[in-house]
Design a protein around this ligand. Sequence first.
Ligand SMILES: [Zn+2]
Length: 121
Amino acid sequence: MPQFLHNFVCFDCRVSFKRPATHSSETGSAHLADSERDHTCPNCGRKMGFMGRNFATPPKADKSAWLAAQYLWEAGFRFSGSGYHSDAPLPKIKQAVAAFVEANPNHVQRIGRPNNWRKYA
Ligand SMILES: [Zn+2]
């Protein structure tokens, strides 16, 4: 059985990599809230953030989209699941995130622990 891969990102370098999130390849799930494994950014060496299975990597130059993803990640949102649910889609521009987070305390994709990227290690 092939390894179940998830997206890990470095918000500093604006890069995303698909990596295994569990120690056993038998326990993969699209609904993971966090990773059992740590992966470091090949660019800068810092610990990458776990985004989930369905994160669509924005172009490197799209700062707003990367900041939106970072703020969502910090608020505990993960790009998990099948992508099919009736809750509001996650915003892709940074200006929209604060209001979105405020309006969606129980969103189906808000499954992770809140975090602070600058302090994350
Ligand atoms: Zn990096």
